[in-house]
Structure formats: C-alpha cells, structure tokens
Ligand binder design. Structure first.
Ligand SMILES: [Fe+2]
Ligand SMILES: [Fe+2]
Length: 443
C-alpha cells in the first residue's frame, strides 16, 4: 500500500518539476502529468481522498513520514512550502484536466499567485484538488526552526494535546503526534545543548508531562548515539512519551506520597504498566505497536526481577531497555517533594549499582558514554576554586569533561579536565537550585 502512495507522491512532484522546467503545456510535462494522474488514481482506489502533507522538510501521509523519499524530493518540497502549501488533498474522481490545471497553477511565477492559493484553485474551476496548511505544525517558526529553549516548551505544547486526549479516551491524530516528535528529533540536532540541559538539569517545573517529555528527549538522544535511523528514533521517542501513560490515571496522592507506600498502594502503582499497555492498544492504529511493548515492559528490568510478572521469560525489548535507563535517570535527576537533589555523579553511581540486574551492562555503559557523568550544562566548582560549566563530554573518560570557565572570569576559556597539565579536578557539583543558582545567568 505504502508503495502506491510513495509512487504517486514521486510522480506528482516529478511532473511539477517538469512544469517548472518546460512549462505546463509542453508535451513532456503533459506526459509526466498523465503518469502522475494514473498513479494518483491507483493510490485513490481504496480511499476517498489522498492527503500529501509537508512537515518541515519531510513528506507525510497519514501517520507515515517518508524520510527517504523526502531526501530525493527536496526541491519540489521546498518549492511548495515557499508558496505556503503544506497540504494537498486529491479527492476521488478528480480528472486529468484538473490535474493539468493544477500543475499549471503550481508552476506559475510566485508574483502571479495572489491571495489564498485555495481560493485561486476554486476560481479556476479545480474542485477535486485542494491545498492548505498542515494542522498542528506550529513547530516551524519564520526562521524555519524553533529557537533554542522555546523548542522545549513548544514540544510540550505539541505533545500535550495527544496525551490529554488519551486520558479522555478521545481519538488521537497519529500524524500530528509523529510530527511533534519528529520536531523534537530535528531540534535535538540543532538545539541539543539547550534541550538537553532542560531535560537533565535546569528544570523547575514538575508538570504532569515533563517527565514523559524528558524521557522522550533522553531516549531519542541515546538512540541516535546508538546509530538508529531517524524514523526508528521517532518511534522510540513516541514509545518513551507514553511509557507512563497508565500512571496519569493513578491517584496523584499515591504518586507524590512521601515515604513508604502501603502494599495496596504499591500494587496500584505497579498496575500502571498493564493498565497503560491496555489503554495504548486502543490507539495501535495511530501510534503502532512499539509504545505498547515499552509501556508493558519498562519496569521489567534486565534480569526480569521487576514487574509485571509474566510466565514468559522473554528479556526486555531493546527499546524498552533504552527507555528504562532514561526513565530511571530522569526520575533520579528530578527534584521531588520526597527527596533532595542527587548530584549527577551520585546518580551515575546509583545506576551503575543496577548494572547487570536492573540494566543491561553494555547499554548502561553506552548511555553514560553518550551523556557523560556530568551532563552538558552541569555547573562545577573546580579545585582551583574557579567555577565552570560542562561544555562537552569526553567519551574516553566520562568523569572528565571539557569545562568552560564562567567565574571569576568569563572569557570563554575551556579546560579539558582529561588533558590539563595543571591537574585541575572537579571539587564538587553546584546544584542550579542552591549554590549554582547565582551562576545560572552565566551558563
Ligand atoms: Fe513507569
Ligand atoms: Fe517513568
């Protein structure tokens, strides 16, 4: 099925290229338009309409984003976007004549297209093809990219409706969700430092979805370091986003309760895995199977000593194992009512104790290689009494990152703690909520 759709997209965008090169009425263009007409008809055989979406630089159809195809069709995609067209809908029964007119319209010089493109189509008698903007793609601002820290909030704004809808038992738009997560992947590439700092260190807000977004960001960062392809990373991000969906149903009182939980409360808490997986089953069409697996398995642990108990002794799926590590990391680094802050080196120590039992040892090592013991943005007091902020990890020694000095002089000096001849060491971590607060504006 997808092949048919891909072919029709390809043929359509190819005939647009021909029209731009030779003009809309040239025989070569007409031939190419005819080819596109038949492949679009073919794709429409079992549906009422065919919607081509352009999100960022990607082509999309329903919940599918065609990353590979997008690479080859970069030019026509950019061209359509420059004309404010992000969505083209072909309705069943459209005619070849309409397609010819439509291609002619698209190939017009930009200056000749005035007003709303959809109105122009209606005026020229094209009834079965319409154009517009993609709903729910606010992630791309005027500059084409979100700006640094805003992207965190924007990501939150974009994923929140899907999560709320699930909580209310309403339908979820799989494509919008995939796009929102895809936006985070794109922004991770550009604003990695800022997004990552927010996900690991500088978080003051502990809103309901923050943990889900952070685990999603951490999981996508980690899986990109593991070498997964972009579309797999998007699926991992979506899976991480829903890992605790079952928890949102459990009484807040239980979740935030300081101290020991009663046996009954504990059972209720554990049920979020099974409960969440069952809930996600209703959305399998929109989000796929992976989130269900991850939701079910994320507390299972590497040695299967966790929950839910199962008669099957299958080990955790690798995506569940990735999400488990990021889940525990975020839970330990979050400021909660019932615990004081753990400095990053203590979190590393605590998690390493679970190597081989809670976590797959190789995966855990790779995780800390990818973020270091001191994540980027950590504020550190050095042994020479200067204050620095972690600027870059050293994969060869995760304890000794590169640090940018910010106090008493903030002149951009970088010290590689692994290489420095003066023997400067880390004295201690300065939490952004206490001692580190006064240096935050310099970070
Ligand atoms: Fe959980
Ligand atoms: Fe969690």
């Amino acid at each position: 099925m997808t092949d048919k759709i891909e072919n029709s997209f390809k043929d359509f965008l190819t005939c647009l290229q021909m029209a731009k090169l030779y003009g809309a009425s040239h025989p070569i263009t007409l031939k190419s338009t005819e080819k596109a007409y038949f492949s679009l008809q073919d794709a429409l055989a079992d549906r009422q309409e065919l919607v081509i979406g352009i999100i960022g630089a990607e082509l999309a159809f329903e919940k599918e984003i065609f990353f590979d195809l997008s690479k080859f069709l970069n030019q026509p995609i950019t061209y359509l976007k420059s004309r404010g067209i992000e969505r083209i809908v072909f309705s069943r029964g459209f005619e070849l004549g309409e397609l010819n007119k439509f291609i002619g319209f698209l190939a017009l010089p930009k200056e000749e297209i005035k007003g709303d493109p959809q109105e122009s189509l209606v005026l020229s008698g094209i009834r079965s093809i319409s154009v517009g903007k993609v709903k729910g793609s606010p992630g791309y601002g005027k500059s084409g990219r979100l700006e640094g820290l805003n992207s965190y909030q924007a990501s939150l704004d974009q994923i929140s409706p899907s999560l709320t809808k699930m909580m209310n038992n309403e339908a979820v738009d799989g494509l919008s969700l995939k796009l929102a997560v895809n936006n985070i992947v794109n922004n991770l590439g550009v604003y990695y430092d800022q997004l990552f700092e927010l996900a690991t260190l500088k978080r003051y807000d502990t809103g309901t979805f923050i943990h889900l977004l952070n685990v999603s960001i951490l999981s996508m960062h980690f899986s990109s370091k593991l070498g997964f392809s972009k579309d797999v990373i998007t699926d991992i991000g979506i899976s991480a986003l829903f890992h605790d969906i079952g928890k949102l149903y459990i009484s807040r009182k239980t979740i935030r309760k300081p101290g020991q939980l009663s046996a009954q409360e504990f059972k209720q808490m554990e049920s979020h895995t099974v409960f969440g997986a069952k809930l996600l089953m209703r959305y399998v069409e929109a989000i796929g199977i992976m989130p269900i697996v991850v939701c079910f398995e994320h507390h299972l642990k590497h040695d299967l000593s966790g929950y839910p108990k199962s008669v099957f002794k299958n080990k955790q799926h690798i995506v569940s194992a990735i999400v488990s590590i990021c889940d525990v990391y975020d839970a330990l680094s979050q400021r909660r009512s019932y615990k004081t802050d753990y400095p990053p080196d203590m979190i590393h120590g605590l998690m390493m104790r679970g190597s081989g039992t809670s976590f797959d040892p190789d995966l855990l090592n790779s995780f800390f290689k990818s973020i270091g013991v001191w994540p980027i943005g950590s504020i550190l007091l050095l042994s020479d009494k200067r204050v620095g902020v972690v600027a870059e990890e050293n994969e060869a020694n995760i304890f000794l990152p590169k640090v940018r000095i910010i106090h008493p002089q903030n002149n951009g000096e970088i010290i590689d703690l692994k290489e420095n001849k003066e023997g400067i060491k880390i004295e201690r971590y300065l939490s952004p909520w206490s001692e580190g607060k006064e240096f935050l504006h310099l970070v």
